[in-house]
Design a protein around this ligand. Structure first.
Ligand SMILES: Cc1ncc(COP(=O)(O)O)c(C=O)c1O
Length: 295
């Protein structure tokens, strides 16, 4: 049985001192039409979003997601969101998630209606896809050219590269291209030979005994899952590092993972046709950590 929940939010200012934002939420029928035809999120993809993993009714890493929502809003010149208001909306959505299953809560903040005065915002909750296979059997990836150099985020900030915008058509096209090439997913590389991220996930490599992820220096999202895993690894005494990763490092890795809020840690078993050992023990321990309640 599929289920869904949706709540429309009247966005409050970030300094709104109310403690109870209940009056700004309207629960709507998730299968009924809800958006105006003038919505800039649908016309132009002009807005930002977050996808939060929910485990047995517990929304994971809410603060990290709200921090990134605020970061995306600032890059996109959207009004700063009220963290307290969004947290209350997430709490309500979480109460509609099953107590014994995985779900996903999405936060959407749109530029609003054309010529309208304010942004529009809503939260949805739905059951998560079953990702057991990707987590246990692993995935294959191909590298795809992102089409620009590593210096582009600084040279062209209007490309909004560090923001999680609603414009994911390119990301979805990249996954289709990866599938056409016989792989499950893609890893973006810059045209000057550096590794970035996947279309919907961060990349972690194990190289010479340390865990490496491409530095989020404006060009990629700072993944909440990667952050949480690095904290976990550091607590276990492992070495972690953010680096500018040349494509050649993919060939030096003895294990690699794509990590994200809903799929969690998916071990990579082949990159561009090169087989990689699947470290089942490390992967299981990553996913045990990611499936435990995390704030
Ligand atoms: C482009 C991109 N990079 C990285 C991530 C991983 O972020 P998180 O771990 O917060 O889900 C995502 C998640 O959707 C993404 O879309």
């Amino acid at each position: 049985m599929t289920w869904r929940f949706a709540l429309v939010i009247e966005p409050a200012a970030s300094d709104d001192s109310r403690t109870d934002f209940g009056g700004t939420f309207t629960e709507i029928d998730p299968s009924a039409p809800a958006l105006s035809v003038g919505e800039l999120s649908t016309q132009r993809g002009d807005g930002i979003f977050e996808s939060i993993g929910v485990i047995d009714g517990h929304a994971q890493e809410v603060d990290a997601h709200l921090d990134r929502l605020a970061h995306s809003a600032s890059i996109c010149d959207l009004p700063a969101p009220s963290a307290r208001q969004w947290r209350q909306a997430i709490d309500i959505a979480a109460t509609h998630c099953p107590a014994d299953a995985e779900a996903v809560i999405k936060l959407i903040l749109s530029r609003g209606v054309e010529h309208g005065p304010t942004p529009t915002a809503w939260v949805t909750a739905a059951e998560a896809a079953d990702n057991t296979r990707a987590r246990t059997e692993g995935i294959t990836v191909v590298t795809l050219d992102r089409g620009y150099g590593i210096d582009v985020p600084a040279r062209a900030p209007w490309l909004l590269l560090g923001a999680k915008t609603l414009s994911y058509a390119v990301n979805m096209a990249s996954i289709r291209e990866a599938k056409r090439r016989g792989a499950d997913d893609a890893v973006y590389v810059t045209s000057d030979g550096f590794v970035l991220e996947a279309p919907t996930a961060s990349l972690i490599l194990r190289v010479d005994g340390r865990f490496v992820t491409p530095a989020p220096n404006g060009g990629i999202l700072h993944g909440t899952t990667q952050l949480s895993l690095f904290e976990h690894l550091e607590a276990l005494g492992e070495e972690t590092s953010y680096e500018t990763v040349p494509v050649s490092m993919l060939g030096e890795a003895d294990a690699a993972w794509l990590v994200s809020s809903v799929r969690l840690a998916a071990p990579i078993r082949r990159i561009d046709g090169r087989d990689l050992a699947l470290d089942a023990e490390a992967t299981a321990s990553f996913n045990r950590h990611l499936l435990s309640p995390r704030d």
